[in-house]
Design a protein around this ligand. Sequence first.
Ligand SMILES: Nc1ncnc2c1ncn2[C@@H]1O[C@H](COP(=O)(O)OP(=O)(O)OP(=O)(O)O)[C@@H](O)[C@H]1O
Length: 309
Amino acid sequence: MAADRRVVLDVEGLRMRYGATDVLHDVTFQAHHGEVLALLGPNGAGKSTTIEILEGFRMRSAGRVEVLGTDPAHGGEEWRARLGVVLQSWRDHGKWRVRELLAHLGSYYTCYSTDAIPRPWDTDDLVRTVGLAEHADKKIRMLSGGQRRRLDVAIAIVGRPEVLFLDEPTTGFDPEARREFHDLVRRLADELETTVLLTTHDLDEAEKLADRIVILSQGRIVADGTAVELSRRIAGEDHVRWTRDGQRFTHSTAESTEFVHNLFKQHGAEIRELEVHRASLEDTYMALVRRAESGQDSATESTWKEATR
Ligand SMILES: Nc1ncnc2c1ncn2[C@@H]1O[C@H](COP(=O)(O)OP(=O)(O)OP(=O)(O)O)[C@@H](O)[C@H]1O
């Protein structure tokens, strides 16, 4: 994550009502410059609604929202040029070739180029970056589903966005494309300091990519923290396993680093086959969502934060 701790996404008391139904209740979170934030939650939790409000495509019912210091409800072209959004409107451009479409869309960003962020992304470099170099001269309608998704991502980043919104970005990716995409997102965040907000149902993906995870359930935030913080607070203890003199040992502790340190201090090289198992994000996620859905949890973000202090 970048050293610069500027708040890039700032959401406070966000509410959304469709007709008589409230689908977002008092949603509050922030993302900092260069941070990857994953928004998780069951179907219908309000993830897409939240992203669309931040993108400026949906009007909120109440609350304060700022993206790069601007209220998305009033964001102009210059503001929009600094965002990366995955749209599917290019699908009408089936006769265009990949390189041609990227060069064309990129040309709209030239006037928003700055010394710090030259725009657009060089087309050849971009097709290589998203793994489409071999297909750069193909017509879009000839691409496979996974290749189209890579093109979606290329289009979203052609303007070198400062904030990138990704709503379930790896649906339809094969494992290799998924891994390449993960590397790309981490590169965008680490090297170009792009702030990324992504939604996913793939908890491994969230754990791998996200600096922080926000879990929504029924329109409320039920957790906000790093994957390790979340699993530590909910599931409690790690399991440490090792062998010594051919004997197998297991110990459960909330302080596994300290425990392992002491273990080595005491027994040094006699320790073999050391393993530390943390509760997975999936265990944590299921526990939090079940708790929220069963109504046991009055856990809004503030109660969660109190619990984690
Ligand atoms: N245009 C709309 N009009 C009325 N209700 C809507 C509209 N769009 C979404 N909703 C409702 O708002 C709630 C949140 O939907 P949203 O699409 O934001 O959820 P999600 O977390 O993205 O779900 P999924 O994981 O299934 O994509 C759902 O109950 C959905 O039915």
